[in-house]
Design a protein around this ligand. Structure first.
Ligand code: SAH
Length: 510
């Protein structure tokens, strides 16, 4: 049996100064993840990505206390007061900080304040952006052939730094130094550093939109200007920057440089987003649907009452399985009353059924309604009774064709898809921006339809459509969109593969 790790407890009335890492949510520590799951209040700023803040539970208060994006810029004293007041009310307070709290993060000052206030606290280290840049931009900070030391410094106030001493150091990592890069480069050279020393600036390290500008110490300021690189970025100076060409694995990932919108329901998007991210894509989760109870449970409850009278149970989605089983659990019947024969429309749906330790009788070859009909054709189904629990707004192909074969089909709605609050504004903002996603992934007809009802087609056409299969592609085309990529296996894995293949083919052409 695998051992499952349970999230550890958090103490009420405690402040946790937590490093959120450099951006990639998978680089969060287990402790940070546990504490976010247990948090009542999360205080975050602009260096912590929204994907990480989203780990906090629904009921937790998530408060932005950064200096940008807000009408009111919080002072350090106000942030301290907020933390202390919430802890005194018995809350689990997570103070999230980009990278590590004790690396240019004011974590030290906050810890001192908490000691003064007598509030218990714990510090959770994070992967500092310096190490994120090293790993994801191919710059091993202490490669022994090139350097024996590394120095981290702030470029915030150049007059505070002893540049004579810095010029003699080997690897330098400058935080908050992008806006003053010209001055930093000038002072280092003036103090004797070789103008030809390799140097790089890395923006949004470890994220899908990471950008790297590589040059020499003398030329980096103009290269940064030319590329329009903006903060937050780290500047790395030293011979190890040379190694980028050889070992920059991140740049070589198949979906590197591509931005991909994922429109699935939040509850189902995470594994798909993660897969895309691990292949180097910049992922924009934009959940355009969420699932709600059907308007009327009556038909489902009646079907559950007479469950043993059905010969077949047909599931067409993972969500259909979950919703049906939840309703079954709440009834006086249970899994022992399920029909002997169960059909699942695709591998993910079949896996969900099997996870209940219930065998699946049939999984059609292609994962669309038409294939289910084909698969049933080879069996004598005349007079058979079939139960089909699914989305309220699903297509009629399956029931109509099954009925034509003499099957008695009962279709019952176990959920409906509705737009979540705020999704329209988010979708519009994304497609009205200067930089819309390269791709929009279409994983079902209903997500495409909901998206198209939120964003005008001429805007959506700024992204290419990657579709999970022919039915979804058809829905996209009906809405005036062009489908550039279609999966040949109709699953999210198939869709990811099709995107990678498309990307590889285009890279060859380039
Ligand atoms: N505690 C943070 C640093 C905070 S100081 C850490 O350990 O990384 C803020 C500076 O850190 C920024 O100006 C930038 O230079 C750097 N920085 C933080 N996060 C970054 C990121 N994701 N990408 C690039 N630079 C980052």
């Amino acid at each position: 049996m695998p051992e499952f790790r349970q999230p550890a407890e958090a103490s009420p009335g405690t402040v946790y100064l937590v490093g959120a890492g450099p951006g990639d949510p998978d680089l969060l520590t287990l402790r940070a993840h546990d504490l976010l799951l247990r948090s009542d209040l999360v205080l975050f700023d602009n260096l912590t990505s929204s994907d990480i803040v989203a780990f906090a539970p629904q009921g937790a208060e998530r408060r932005y206390v950064g200096k940008k994006r807000a009408e009111h810029a919080f002072t350090q004293a106000e942030i301290n007061a907020l933390m202390i007041a919430a802890a005194r009310k018995g809350k689990v307070v997570v103070r999230l900080k980009g990278g590590d709290p004790y690396v240019f993060g004011r974590g030290g000052e906050e810890a001192q304040e908490l000691v003064r206030a007598g509030v218990p606290f714990e510090v959770v280290p994070g992967v500092t952006s310096a190490l994120g840049a090293a790993a994801y931009a191919g710059m091993p900070l202490t490669h022994r052939d090139y350097t024996q030391s590394v120095t981290m410094l702030t470029g915030h106030d150049v007059d505070q730094i002893d540049w004579k001493s810095m010029a003699g150091r080997q690897t330098l990592v400058v935080f908050m130094g992008l806006t003053s890069i010209a001055e930093i480069a000038r002072r280092l050279q003036h103090a004797g550093r070789d103008p030809g020393t390799p140097a790089a600036a890395v923006r949004w390290v470890t994220r899908g939109d990471q950008e790297v500008v590589t040059s020499t110490l003398a030329e980096l300021p103009s290269a940064v200007r030319r590329e329009g690189l903006r903060p937050p970025a780290l500047v790395v100076i030293g011979e190890i920057v040379r190694l980028r060409d050889e070992i920059d694995w991140f740049a070589k990932l198949p979906l590197r440089g591509q931005s991909v919108a994922v429109t699935r329901a939040a509850a189902q998007a995470a594994p798909f987003c993660q897969k895309l991210r691990r292949l180097g894509a910049e992922v924009h989760p934009i959940p355009v649907i969420e699932f709600e109870d059907p308007e009327d449970w009556g038909p489902v409850d009646r079907a559950i009452c007479s469950l043993p009278s059905y010969d077949w149970l047909v599931f067409t989605s993972v969500n259909g399985v979950d919703r049906f089983v939840a309703r079954l659990d709440a009834s006086s019947r249970d899994l022992r009353d399920l029909p002997r024969k169960i059909c699942a429309i695709g591998p993910a749906t079949a896996d969900r059924v099997r996870s209940l330790h219930v065998a699946v009788t049939m999984v059609p070859n292609d994962f669309v309604a038409e294939s289910v009909v084909e698969a049933f054709r080879s069996r004598d189904l005349h007079g058979a009774r079939m139960l089909l629990p699914r989305a309220q707004e699903a297509r009629d192909v399956l029931p109509v064709q099954l009925a034509a074969m003499g099957v008695q089909v009962d279709v019952v709605a176990v959920y409906r898809t509705v737009p979540p609050p705020g999704s329209r504004a988010l979708a519009r903002a994304i497609w009205e921006s200067d930089n819309p996603p390269d791709w929009v992934t279409a994983t079902s007809s209903s997500t495409v339809r909901h998206l198209a009802s939120m964003v005008p087609a001429d805007r959506l056409r700024r992204s290419r459509v990657a579709s999970i299969g022919p039915v979804t592609s058809g829905a996209a085309r009906e809405l005036g969109l062009t489908v550039s990529v279609e999966a040949s296996t109709f699953t999210t894995d198939g869709l990811v593969q099709a995107l990678c293949a498309h990307s590889a083919a285009n890279n060859v052409l380039r």
